[in-house]
Each structure stands twice: as C-alpha cells, then as structure tokens.
Design a protein around this ligand. Structure first.
Ligand code: GLP
Length: 253
C-alpha cells in the first residue's frame, strides 16, 4: 500500500465553461472506455456532480446503443442506517439516475450495504471485492466543499480502506438539502477508503461551481496538506480533473 505514496504526479486538468460541458467531457471518457472494453469496471459517485454525466450516458445508450450488459460498477459509498429503498439512499439514487435506464445487470452493480447489522463484514467484503479485481478501471469522483472524496473526511489516513466514516458537520449541512429535515441526515456512511480509491487504474474528478474552488485550490495550488483528502489524488499517476471556471477560480486563470 505504501508504494502509492512514494511519488507525486500532476493531474491533467480539463477546464470547461460550465456544468453541461463538464458532463459532456466526462461522458465521452466513460463511453469511450466502455466501447473499447465492454467488460470495464466503473467506480461510480453520487451527488449532483455526476448527474449530468449519467444523463448523457443514458441518452447515448438510447441513441447509439452503447452497451452496459457486461460492465460492472462499484459505488464509492452509502449512508449508514437507511435502507436501499429509502429515496435518499445511494442505492436508490443509482437506480433512478442510471441503472434503471441502461442495460446494466443488477448483479453487476455493487454498492456497500449501509443497513446491514454487520458493517464490519460489509467493509471487509467490499474492500476484498475491489482488491480482487485489482481496482476499478475508471473511478468517477465528486468532491465535497471541504475536500472530501467519497465520505473520506478531512484528517482521514491516506492508507484507509473501506470503512464506516463519521460525516463532518459541513458535509451533513451540504447534504441536508436532499432530506426533509437536518435531523434526518445520516451521521455515518460506509465508504471506500483513500487507498481503495487509489487502486483505480484511472480517476476522473468532476467539480462545478464556486463552492468547489477551495477543494481544487488545495489540490492544484497549495502546498501538499495531507489533512485534506482530495490531496491523495497527487499520489495517483492517472487523474483527470474536469472542472468549470468557477470551480477553478482560485487555482487556474
Ligand atoms: C457527498 C458524496 C461525495 C460527493 C460529494 C459532493 O458527500 N459522498 O461522493 O462527491 O457529496 O456532492 P455534490 O456532487 O452534490 O456536490
């Protein structure tokens, strides 16, 4: 594992005008991979950042027939304590925004269970699954306003594996918009750890809007600060950041 952390790399940055362009660029990368490698494994994210990308994958599937029947997916994270049928669970999100609208097989989609009574086992098995395939071919990431990736909050060890994370107050506040009340926002989530994410062969991170500018500055401009999870991406040799002007406003002119 430590071998990840010997060398740093510069991510490729694709600067776009807005959310729509960001989504188009990301969809292009995913579609090209799936066409080239029909058995590709995709690491998927939730949140508002990838929704436009997923919409484009669906449109392309309908119009051009790109196939997902042999693709496998591994989601980054899931809230603890809500069932997969809960409207705010990430399992529900993925069905609604992608899985139910393309020809992917349910058995090929993997999301850790946040409602299991044995979360330790869920974490161990999920880590083993991802290790078993040698890391996903392509991991799609969003980023939290505080620089979290998946639900790896500031201060998490870069050698973390799949684990149960306590959500930071800032993360619960930003995600409260999806729930009926602030109290309903889960306090924990099962998430791929930083080292699990770094196993991916390629990483594409999406960022749109001013709220993400602090996180991108931490990655692209500031001194390396390992307290901020997004900085782990400096240790991966194949990272592409697709970000709009606003998200890049503090780091690239
Ligand atoms: C959540 C998710 C992250 C996501 C982040 C940003 O906390 N666990 O995977 O990247 O939010 O969300 P959004 O894309 O909605 O800004």
């Amino acid at each position: 594992m430590e071998e990840f952390y010997l060398q740093t790399y510069k991510p490729t940055v694709i600067k776009v005008d807005d959310y729509e362009q960001m989504s188009a660029e990301a969809a292009k990368i995913i579609i090209n991979l799936v066409k080239k490698k029909p058995s590709a494994s995709l690491g998927l994210a939730t949140g508002s950042s990838p929704v436009g990308t997923y919409e484009r994958l669906i449109r392309d599937h309908e119009q051009n027939g790109t196939k997902y029947a042999t693709v496998t997916t591994y989601n980054l994270d899931e809230y603890v304590g809500i069932s997969p049928s809960h409207h705010q669970s990430y399992a529900f999100f993925m069905k609604e925004h992608l899985f139910d609208k393309i020809d992917i097989l349910a058995k090929n989609t993997h999301i850790p269970s946040g409602s299991s009574l044995d979360l330790e086992k869920v974490c161990e098995e999920y880590e083993a699954k991802i290790k078993g395939i040698g890391g996903v071919d392509l991991q799609v990431l969003g980023v939290g306003t505080n620089g979290h990736i998946g639900f790896n909050e500031p201060g998490i060890s870069f050698s973390s594996k799949v684990h149960v994370a306590e959500l930071a107050q800032e993360t619960r506040d930003s995600n409260a918009r999806f729930f009926n009340s602030h109290e309903e926002v889960p306090k924990q989530a099962v998430t791929m750890g930083i080292s699990t994410i770094l196993l991916s062969k390629k990483i594409v991170l999406l960022a749109s809007g001013k709220a993400k500018s602090y996180a991108l500055k931490a990655l692209l401009k500031d001194e390396l600060n390992e307290e901020i999870p997004i900085n782990a991406l400096r240790y991966h040799r194949d990272v592409t950041i697709i970000a709009d002007k606003e998200a890049l406003s503090l780091s690239i002119n």
